[in-house]
Design a protein. Sequence first.
Length: 95
Amino acid sequence: MVKCHFCAEEIKADAVKCRYCGEFLKSSKETNPLGRGSSTARAVSKGVKQKELDDSISKISLILLIIISFAIGGYAGVVIFIAGLIGLIYWYYKE
């Protein structure tokens, strides 16, 4: 038994992947010198966080568009309101 370099749990000496943290222990490439998750996992995490941020910005901008359309009123307000609804429906169903 040896300790995982990433999570320090005891694993089998010939293990390729840690059963506790899921990190690959041996590969043809060098292991991460920092001893923390792989750069690929960090890149994926960053991409997920960026997508969540983009989605929240889209929601806020569409809600503000609808509020502004009510403030303007008249035909321009109706047109902006409809554009906001179409955008909101598109955002909801794009996933």
